[in-house]
Design a protein around this ligand. Structure first.
Ligand SMILES: C[C@H](O)CC(=O)SCCNC(=O)CCNC(=O)[C@H](O)C(C)(C)COP(=O)(O)OP(=O)(O)OC[C@H]1O[C@@H](n2cnc3c(N)ncnc32)[C@H](O)[C@@H]1OP(=O)(O)O
Length: 720
């Protein structure tokens, strides 16, 4: 393993090259920052050094401050762990250095990495280098002067856009905008940077200090107008607004004042709940690619060059789109040419939709479509590496397809099903290929939604899981490996979500208020609007599956049947809990209220026939605590490898707000004991739907967090 630290080499030209080394992304861990301070001091002190070049080892400049340190601070609350980098290193040592400093940037300069580079007197970059300040996506803001220097180098509008979106730009764009001084091939990066530094030292090139520049800021009134517009459009998250305020401080009172305010607010944000949630999600997402006995046993992923998709419906065409967009050849099979045409048209529409939204160039779209071949027989299947079956959810049909596939496909071929409910053991029951059968559960629209649940049975081989994980990453998904059960991880955990909402409706709580409470919590929409969007057919079909699988905890509400009887089918026909008009926002449809009242009369859940009185917080808890309860069963049964995998699955599959860290992380922050006691109370009042699971009860009794590992004797203590 390469050594973590900073090196200094002085050449015969009098240029000191300071190199950051902390693989894989040269993150600024505390020893690295101390090393930088030491090496800069040495370079400044030495008489044989005329100029300095700062660079990173191994083809990457720097991925920013070490995010592990955030977790340490968040765990201990000890802010003194955070070193003073902004003033001591970037401002006083680099920018105010008496010797010119040039950043030689390759690969990426993100967050604190770009901030170090902006403190230098010039920036030379290799082609296609990523440059960005993604701190807001971690719930903090740039803390090494980035809020002040980026606007001074790029202008206010573009720099605000980069910070608010957390998205990087490439060095080519950076050059056009003034962030980068020169782009050179990577082999010439260090040589050009050395010469540039000497040119500054010998006054052949200007000696520019970013924080002192004003030419791109414009007048105070212009700046305020830009900032106020940005405030209107920014997400309603604390870090976004704090960042805009800090930018304004620097514009009103000068760059140094902005730097000082930035350092203060940065420390407040690091310990915020938002940052705790987002930092957890950052690491949790990366943990999903570590699966014991799959990724740690020396297996190598096999190449997947040709994929067959069976079924060109909504899911099949979305899955096919995801593959062709990632440069993989796809055979789409349907049972007749009419259905095949419908499937290929859907794929074309998916691709052209991305072009229209400027997410794809026309050239790439045309190339992707050339990789698609439609078929109505199995002739093309003889050399496929993977098949994904995406036909309707009928067991005999799936069984016969897998029986055929086993005979036609090569022996190495992975046989996957996109089923969202059916037991994979049953699907593969009539084959002798159970070791290569797995679930590849995509979420709709499959070419857009980022989650891929990879479902394994006890017979699926580790190689097949590894191949699916690899191919998932190739098609830009986050693969999460899960066990085989009704609904797998996401749908299983969230099946009580809609049912909890229906209990509230039957208790007399206004459905539109329920939706408002859930949206305010951070989900994109409430459960009733979601039901409208999915269509009531889905609600009925999925409801049956879960009622069969988990009859002890299913609340059967006749509401959807009554809505269907009234001619409603949600967004599909423009009539649901809401009305839908093209181009407009959904409007609450008050004519639904008598139907809900009719339902209440049937279920007789309201105590004394009167609506219950309830706070917004209780609404939220009566909907989400049953979800947490099911998450407990998922953890108990080992459906996911670790609790944080369920966090990622909930964020990416259900759009659970990422700043709350995912369903389990959120539950632990609320307090296990409170959740247990609340569910117990409601189960006594409203029945077994709320009955606390054994896992929850045990964790509550032991004072252990839900996320604490099963074997944990000391465990992570939950907030009781
Ligand atoms: C004061 C300052 O303003 C504050 C800051 O600088 S905050 C940090 C700002 N920087 C960032 O947000 C960048 C975060 N990193 C990333 O976006 C991506 O990791 C990347 C684009 C750099 C590389 O992506 P990719 O090649 O897909 O590799 P990825 O798997 O994500 O990362 C490789 C490893 O580096 C780690 N890593 C990446 N950036 C890191 C960071 N800044 N700190 C600590 N670890 C980091 C990852 O956790 C992962 O570790 P693992 O192998 O043990 O799981």
């Amino acid at each position: 393993m390469a050594e973590v630290g900073v090196t200094l080499e002085v050449g015969s030209d009098g240029v000191a090259v300071i190199i950051i080394c902390n693989p894989p992304v040269n993150a600024l861990a505390i020893p690295v920052l101390n090393g930088l301070k030491d090496k800069f001091r040495e370079a400044i002190r030495r008489n044989d050094v005329k100029a300095i070049v700062l660079t990173g080892k191994g083809g990457k400049f720097c991925g920013g401050f070490d995010i592990n340190v955030f977790q340490i601070v968040q765990g201990t609350g000890d802010l003194s762990v955070l070193p003073d980098v902004s003033v001591e290193l970037v401002n006083n040592t680099i920018e105010d250095c008496q010797k010119p400093v040039v950043a030689a940037i390759e690969g990426l300069a993100l967050g604190g990495g770009l901030e170090l580079a902006m403190g230098c007197h010039a920036r030379i970059a290799a082609p296609k280098t990523q440059l960005g300040l993604p701190e807001l996506s971690l719930g903090v803001m740039p803390g090494f002067g980035g809020t002040q220097r980026l606007p001074r180098l790029l202008g206010l509008s573009k720099s605000i856009e980069m910070m608010m979106s957390s998205k990087p730009i490439l060095s080519e764009e950076g050059k056009k905008l003034g962030l980068i001084d020169e782009i050179v091939p990577r082999e010439e990066l260090i040589r050009t940077s050395r010469l540039w530094a000497l040119d500054i030292a010998e006054m052949r090139k200007p000696w520019l200090r970013s924080l002192h520049r004003t030419e791109k800021i414009g007048s105070l009134s212009e700046a305020r107008e830009i900032l106020n517009n940005a405030r209107k459009n920014a997400p309603k998250m604390p870090q976004h607004h704090a960042c805009l305020d800090v930018i304004e401080e620097g514009i009103t009172n000068g760059g140094l004042s902005g730097v000082l305010r930035e350092a203060k607010v940065f420390k407040e944000l690091v310990v915020s709940d938002t940052s705790k949630g987002l930092v957890h999600v950052f690491f949790a997402q990366r943990m999903t690619s570590k699966v014991p006995k799959v990724t740690d046993v020396g297996l190598k992923p096999r190449p997947i060059k040709k994929v067959a998709i069976i079924g060109g419906g909504l899911m099949g065409s979305g899955i096919a789109t995801a593959f062709i967009l990632s440069n993989t050849r796809v055979v789409l099979k349907e049972i007749n040419s009419e259905l095949l045409l419908r499937g290929t048209k859907m794929i074309e529409a998916n691709v052209t939709g991305l072009v229209a939204r400027k997410k794809l160039t026309q050239d790439k779209a045309s190339k992707a479509l050339q990789l698609l071949k439609g078929v109505i027989d199995y002739a093309e299947f003889k050399d496929v590496d993977m098949v994904i079956e995406a036909v309707i959810e009928k067991v005999p049909l799936k069984q016969s397809i897998f029986g055929e596939l086993e005979k036609i496909c090569p022996p190495h071929c992975i046989l996957a099903s996109n089923t969202s409910t059916i037991d994979l053991n049953i699907i593969g029951e009539k084959t002798s290929s159970q070791d290569r059968i797995a679930g590849a559960h995509f979420f709709s629209p499959a070419h857009i939604m980022p989650l891929l649940e990879i479902v394994r049975t006890e017979k699926t081989s580790a190689q097949v899981i590894l191949d699916l994980m690899t191919v998932g990453k190739i098609i830009n998904k986050v693969p999460v490996v899960v066990g085989n059960c009704t609904g797998f991880a996401v749908n299983r955990t969230f099946f009580p979500y809609t049912q909890g909402a229906h209990i509230l409706a039957n208790l007399g709580v206004d459905v539109f208020r329920v939706d408002r409470v859930i949206s305010a919590f951070g989900l994109p929409m409430g459960p009733f609007q979601l039901q409208d969007l999915a269509g009531y057919g889905v609600a009925v079909a999925v409801g049956k599956e879960f009622a069969n699988a988990f009859p002890d905890r299913t609340f059967k509400s006749p509401l959807v049947d009554l809505l269907i009887k009234d001619g409603r089918n949600g967004k599909n026909n423009g009539r649901g809990y809401y009305t839908y008009k093209k181009g407009g926002k959904p409007q609450p449809d008050l004519s639904v209220l008598p139907i809900i009242q009719e339902c209440q009369k049937i279920t007789k859940l309201m105590p004394d026939g009167k609506p219950i009185s309830i706070t917004d917080q209780e609404i939220l808890e009566m909907i989400l605590f049953p979800v947490v309860n099911e998450a407990c069963r998922v953890l108990d049964e080992g459906v996911v490898v670790r609790a944080s995998d369920l966090d990622i699955a909930s964020v990416l599959g259900m759009s659970f707000p990422s700043h709350r860290g995912g369903i389990v992380f959120w539950a632990d922050s609320v307090g296990v004991n409170h959740i247990y006691k609340s569910l117990k109370k409601w189960s006594e009042a409203y029945g077994s739907f709320y009955k606390p699971s054994k896992y929850l009860e045990e964790r509550s009794n032991l004072g252990l967090a839900l996320s604490a590992p099963a074997s944990s004797s000391s465990g992570v203590k939950s907030r009781l």
